[in-house]
Design a protein around this ligand. Structure first.
Ligand code: C5J
Length: 235
């Protein structure tokens, strides 16, 4: 049983039942001219986690372990976009408006696509989600159950919004989640710090946090093909 150093205590899992989840590594959140900038957020604060997530993806792929990518986006006709969400914060450009990277947070537009450093491989599962919670109105839970995934290694942006929401909702559904501390970022570093603390408080009330090195060192010992092919997402 693989075990890694984590907070509030060690995290153990089986390679047959674990997946890497990469949340919303999209141009609209991480690059200039997207949704984040239209809300006045400083995208510089999201840059540190990008190479870390890239390394974790490489290691999970090499070990033939599943990776799931989410993207927060809406249908072009906005039928899955609540008016309250569209108007919240009175941004310069609202969801669905045309910006420098196409229509803001609309599925299929360049801005809603993944940044190249963290892009999915062709065979990896991509979940388009209309909310902050990856389970809301998506097939995520069905896929995880079908593949008997019980342990989620969570990365992505932003820590206290889609990442935290997804981890809490996963915890309520019985998943054991570890959030990678250097594999997540927020526009507000103080929110990131508080979220990391809150998740592991009270004996891991929501789950665990760990450093990427702990996972990378473990995975470096794994040879491709040693782990079960039952978790492969190849079509
Ligand atoms: C936000 C997200 N921050 N992916 N979305 O609106 O956290």
């Amino acid at each position: 049983m693989p075990i890694i150093d984590a907070k509030p205590f060690h995290y153990d899992f089986s390679f047959d039942h674990v997946a890497l989840v990469c949340i919303d590594m999209q141009r609209d959140f991480c690059q200039p001219g997207g949704f984040a900038e239209s809300l006045g957020d400083n995208i510089k604060n999201l840059q540190p986690c990008i190479p870390v997530i890239g390394k974790l993806q490489e290691a999970f792929r090499k070990a033939e372990l599943p990776i799931i990518h989410t993207k927060e986006c809406h249908k072009p006709d906005l039928s899955d976009l609540p008016t309250a969400k569209r108007n919240r914060g009175n941004p310069k450009l609202k969801i669905g408006d045309k910006g420098p990277m196409g229509r803001i947070l609309i599925d299929g537009e360049p801005g809603s696509d993944f940044i190249p450093e963290c892009a999915p491989a062709q065979w990896e599962l991509v979940i388009s989600k209309p909310g902050k919670d990856t389970f809301y109105n998506t097939e995520f839970d069905d896929y995880m159950k079908l593949r008997k995934i019980t342990h989620l290694v969570i990365t992505g942006v932003t820590t206290e919004v889609c990442v935290q929401t997804t981890m809490r909702c996963a915890n309520d559904r019985g998943y054991d989640c570890v959030l990678v501390e250097d594999g997540t970022d927020s526009y507000f570093p103080e929110f990131k710090a508080m979220t990391l603390k809150a998740l592991v408080a009270q004996g891991g009330i929501v789950g665990w946090t760990c450093k990427s090195d702990a996972l990378l060192e473990l995975l470096a010992k794994e040879q491709p093909g040693q782990v079960s092919s039952a978790t492969s997402f190849a079509a």
